[in-house]
Design a protein around this ligand. Structure first.
Ligand SMILES: [Zn+2]
Length: 249
């Protein structure tokens, strides 16, 4: 694949419907069902704080999915989610949290789509560079210190680093990645780093690792036992479906 083609795709927004489909694969669960899931299963599920009924969270999921597909502005999504909370006679949602949630699921959906493209070209582009929307200085464009510290670093695309830090790896993260050929890595004169380097040399990020919870580390784990995971999600889905029909009666 010509480099120009891949890069154009990387830097331009992904087609909305692809990202929406990706997000739509996440199963919508009431909070208590979600909380019981394993770390890996949580990455494939979805919930909204404050929504405890299966029907409510399903409606919110559909609303977010439609918004991603149609490229709806967050102010509109926010209004719709507020209406949903009002309609269900729930106390109003935390709007900052909702905004971050929306931004996060949207970016995560884009990133998952993009990673699928990356995997297809991994032989040609075995390296991946982490970039922020700033210049590596904490605070520039509101980039957190833990993210700024990673700006410009290059890793093998299959390095375990990406399991923890494939952006967005925290709520509100707007970082992104580009893939590189070995020739490009040489030409830039950058050293290829690994997870161990980040843990031992970047104290600020190493500390953040302790704060990464299953919910925040949303990267799909390729090493996961997919059969077991599917069975677990299937059970959770059955429970949510059962609850929806119970709630409807
Ligand atoms: Zn970030």
């Amino acid at each position: 694949m010509p480099i120009s083609l891949l890069q154009r795709r990387d830097f331009s927004p992904m087609p909305f419907h692809e990202a929406a489909e990706r997000f739509g694969k996440r199963i919508a669960l009431p909070s208590d069902v979600f909380d019981r899931l394993s770390k890996e299963a949580k990455k494939r599920a979805f919930r909204i704080a404050g929504l405890h009924k299966a029907n409510q969270v399903q409606r919110a999921r559909n609303l977010v999915k439609r918004a991603i597909r149609e490229g709806t502005d967050f102010s509109r999504v926010q209004q719709q989610l507020r209406q949903l909370f009002d309609h269900e006679k729930l106390s109003p949602p935390n709007l900052t949290r909702l905004r971050l949630m929306f931004r996060h699921v949207e970016l995560r959906a884009y990133a998952d789509e993009r990673n699928e493209v990356y995997r297809e070209v991994a032989d040609t582009f075995p390296y991946k560079q982490y970039l922020t929307v700033g210049n590596g200085t904490p605070g520039i464009n509101g980039v957190r210190a833990t993210h700024a510290a990673l700006h410009g670093l290059v890793f093998r695309a299959d390095d375990p680093f990406w399991r923890l830090h494939d952006p967005p790896w925290e709520w509100g993260c707007r970082c992104f990645t580009v893939v590189l050929t070995p020739g490009q890595v040489d030409a830039r004169g950058v050293e290829v780093r690994d997870l161990n380097y980040v843990r031992t040399e970047l104290a600020v990020v190493g500390q953040a690792h302790r704060g990464i919870t299953a919910e925040r580390s949303l990267v799909a784990d390729e090493g996961a036992d997919l059969t077991k995971l599917d069975a677990e999600l299937q059970l959770a889905l059955q429970e949510a479906t059962q609850r929806r029909s119970d709630e409807a009666t």
